[in-house]
Design a protein around this ligand. Structure first.
Ligand code: UD1
Length: 387
């Protein structure tokens, strides 16, 4: 079974790596990595491939940055060529970035060529689809923030609507999909694949000792990451957040690996110098997976607007302040260590963590490092049944 694994942006790499390694062990499976090139800086891409022991991608589309339509369109055009050249049986898209949506669209529209001739290359014939095409599987399906101002929410909604197989991380995701009318037999709860990467590399992460290198003591520093357009693209919001970060850095040493989008805007709004001059704040370039996780393992708390970090901190039992009005990962609040905050409440919320005893949390069901195994089983079942 020829299986394309689509990788595009930083948070995708931790999701395809465990699956790639698990499929590689199976004699019936032929996994193939397609990198769209949405992220391209060494620290945003290659360094993650190295850490996660992934080989060079089989195909690199090199699409780079652009507006949403440009980026999505370029991926569709380039990926369609790869589909026709290689004729995969299954395409696995992960997460919610623009490339996820673009490859989902390209995959579900390839049954016919421009002249209207049918391309019967896949052995999968789908009940609700005329002709044959690769199966589309979405890993991390069903997450919803119910906030359509987020590009990721649109990507999730469309990708899930188009997918033939929906692998979900948690019961809330199953519920969302059923409410949207997705057939129950397409929904398979497999757990959280990011935890597989974390467990696969736990030993390496623990040996990394990045905090020590930076002169940081375990439990005596905070980590900040920010990249959402709603936080970093307007001067007013980014400036309020910077004031909050400076105030937090007065209370606890704070480490801030700066995403390229955020750095550009800090420069544009003339905020970078102010942060660079703050004694308790360590600004740095984005860091690779192992080094970043070694920072997270020992920190007192994380302030972030990332999706994946909300999950990793819940798994590790580390307090997480999420600078967003909503989350597509509510289980990290209900069961885990996550709390939603605003730019106005961030200092007060950080103080609560610093000056009160930690509240209890639990690890959600199936976040156990064995998600890739469950997905391989699911693919094998599909392959054996022929549909
Ligand atoms: C993208 C995803 C977001 C994900 C995030 C993780 C979408 C809509 N957004 O956001 O869901 O949480 O990745 O990081 O798909 N840039 C570089 N080097 C790079 C990549 C980007 O300099 O390697 C800069 C470029 O100026 C680019 C900007 O960052 O225009 C934004 O990159 P883009 O991939 O469009 O969105 P992210 O903000 O990274």
């Amino acid at each position: 079974m020829k299986i394309h694994l689509i990788a595009a942006a930083r948070p995708n790499f931790m999701k395809i790596a465990p699956l790639y390694h698990a499929l590689k062990k199976e004699d019936w499976a032929e996994p193939c990595i397609v990198h769209t090139g949405q992220h391209y800086d060494i620290n945003m891409s290659d360094a993650f491939f190295r850490d996660l022991m992934l080989p060079e991608p089989d195909f690199h589309l090199g699409v780079g940055s652009g507006s949403h339509a440009e980026q999505t369109g370029r991926v569709m055009v380039e990926y369609e060529k790869i589909i026709f050249d290689t004729l995969p049986d299954m395409v696995v898209v992960v997460g919610d970035v623009n490339s996820t949506l673009a490859c989902a669209l390209a995959t579900t529209k390839v049954s016919y060529n421009q002249d209207g001739e049918s391309f019967c290359f896949s052995r999968f014939s789908l009940p609700d689809y005329p002709g044959y095409r690769p199966l589309l599987a979405h890993l991390e399906a069903g997450l919803r923030s119910f906030d359509r101002s987020m590009p990721e929410e649109i990507n999730r909604l469309v990708t899930d609507t188009l997918s033939d197989v929906l692998w979900t991380p948690s019961p809330d995701a199953d519920k969302n999909l059923k409410k949207e009318g997705i057939a129950e037999e397409k929904i398979i709860r497999v757990g959280n694949i990011m935890i597989d990467s974390l467990e696969m590399l736990r030993g390496v992460i623990e040996k990394q000792k990045m905090p020590e290198e930076l002169g940081l003591e375990c439990g005596k520093y905070a980590v900040v990451t920010l990249h959402r357009p709603s936080n970093v693209d307007t001067q007013e919001q980014l400036s309020t957040i910077c004031d909050g970060i400076l105030a937090i850095s007065d209370r606890i040493t704070t480490v801030f690996p700066v995403h390229p989008r955020t750095r550009k805007n800090l420069e544009k709004f003339d905020l970078l110098k102010k942060l660079e001059n703050c004694k308790g704040l360590m600004l740095m370039e984005p860091v690779n997976y192992v080094r970043f996780m070694s920072l997270i393992f020992d920190c007192r708390f994380v302030l972030t607007d990332s999706g994946g970090i909300q999950e990793e901190t819940t798994y590790l039992g580390i307090p997480c302040l999420t600078l967003r009005p909503n989350t597509e990962r509510p289980i990290t609040i209900e069961q885990g260590t996550n709390r939603l905050i605003t730019a106005e409440t961030m200092v007060e919320e950080a103080e609560k963590i610093l000056f009160s005893s930690p509240s209890s949390s639990q690890i959600p069901d199936l976040w156990d490092g064995r998600t890739a195994e469950r997905i391989v089983e699911s693919i094998k079942d599909i392959s054996d049944s022929g549909c």
